[in-house]
Write a protein that binds this ligand. Structure first.
Ligand code: PLP
Length: 399
């Protein structure tokens, strides 16, 4: 994954273009900027990459999820169904809009279980947020069918799956709106940055205005602008966009490396007796940002992680006790530890979290090990690493 591993002259050149003009802002200053519009250029490049009609860059992946939901009109009291295995950004964004996150189980894809989704739908449900974790995807056809049947929005958080595809379409471009992150550890990095993508003209226009205080961006040099509605500042800077522009051109190269290494891990580690691979939906192709596999149970996973640590295998996690990505450790969320008052509607809407158990998610997350795939490794290093991992796993399974 992290694109920063391969920073070089292309990134430096792009950033210098911006610094030489001194215009670090993506809007306005038309006369001063020596013709550089890095954010606009990056949006065009991403439209081409993801084969989508519109891309709106924003300041982060978290901002992208927030703006996507806002652009589609999700707000006070609406319920948004989301998975237990995700990143805290998912529920933060929903909460910021005054809406209610409804967490449901994942399945062996490590993404939303369509059956759990359908069971959680109420008259208040407005959207389903599918989080394409660790480079792969959920059962998108089933999720689309549910959305069509119940007239719900499908929002895709594809922050960890840049370049993954389903039925030949880019992840992120399948739902009504898709979200990407270009933070420091993602496949394409800008330092901080994100994007909302959509084929819907209204959602795009809303995202464009909302992410810049509601400005309508009419006319040159910001002269003729009005505010059709309320907004906020989720803008990306030209400096960040410049780095992204260099990186996006290298995406095919990044994906080729990731997928080659993923296959090596699958061929070596995946062949060990007792190891099973994560389910990838039919006609889905992973981005290769992570290699995911299952062991027989939680105890084995913990021992294997311990073994990896002793054996010098870094960047592998079992998320069961992890407080970035899994519901079990999110006490601040379950206890609603907020700096400012939260509406009674949301407090009531979240009461279920104190009692609901997520046995099915625990089952899959407990058995899962997720390993980051680094771009800077050589093929020989990957083979050596994979063999070492396989030996450690065999050792644990025999004992
Ligand atoms: C990284 C990430 C985000 C948030 O992106 P930031 O740019 O760090 O705000 C959201 N969702 C998922 C699944 C992520 O991995």
């Amino acid at each position: 994954m992290p694109g920063f591993e391969l920073f070089g002259d292309i990134e430096r050149q792009q950033v210098n273009d911006v610094l030489e003009s001194g215009v670090l802002m993506r809007y306005g200053f038309d006369g001063m900027r020596n013709g550089h519009w890095k954010a606009k250029e990056l949006e065009a490049a991403l439209e081409d990459t993801f084969k989508t009609k519109h891309v709106q860059l924003v300041s982060s992946g978290t901002a992208a999820v927030t703006v996507a939901l806002a652009a589609a009109g999700v707000g006070a009291g609406d319920e948004v169904i989301m998975p237990t295995f995700t990143f805290v950004a998912s529920f933060e964004a929903i909460m910021m809009l005054g809406a209610i996150p409804v967490l449901v189980d994942i399945d062996d894809t490590l993404v939303l279980d369509p059956k759990a989704v359908e069971a959680a739908i109420t008259p208040k449900t407005k959207a389903i947020m599918v989080v394409q974790m660790c480079g792969s995807m959920g059962e998108m056809s089933a999720l689309q069918d549910i959305c069509n049947k119940h007239r719900l929005l499908l929002v895709e958080d594809a922050c960890q799956a840049i370049g993954g595809t389903y039925k030949g379409k880019s992840l992120g471009s399948i739902g009504d709106l898709g979200c990407f992150s270009f933070d420091f550890v993602k496949t394409i990095t800008c330092g901080e940055g994100g994007a909302v993508i959509t084929n819907n003209n209204t959602y795009y226009k809303n995202a464009d205005h909302y992410s810049d205080h509601g400005h309508d961006h009419v006319g040159n040099d910001r002269g003729a602008e009005t505010h059709p509605f309320l907004g906020y500042n989720f803008r990306i800077s030209e400096l960040h966009a410049a780095v992204g522009l260099a990186q996006v051109k290298r995406l095919p190269e990044f994906l080729k490396i990731q997928r080659k290494y993923l296959k090596l891990f699958q061929d070596i580690v995946g062949k060990v007796d007792g190891v099973t691979l994560r389910t990838v939906p039919e006609s889905g192709e992973e981005s290769g940002s992570f290699f995911n596999f299952f062991l027989p149970d939680l105890e084995t996973s913990r021992k294997v992680i311990e073994g990896f640590k002793h054996g010098g295998i870094d960047a592998c996690w079992n998320y069961y006790d992890n407080n970035w990505h899994y519901i079990r450790k999110w006490e601040h969320f379950k206890e609603l530890k907020s700096l400012f008052p939260i509406s009674k509607e949301v407090i009531d809407g979240l009461k279920y979290l104190k009692t609901k158990s997520f046995k099915q998610s625990d089952h899959y997350i407990g058995r899962n090990i997720s390993c980051l795939i680094k771009l800077s490794w050589t093929e020989d290093e990957v083979i050596e690493r994979a063999n070492k991992m396989a030996d450690i796993i065999k050792g644990v399974l025999i004992s």
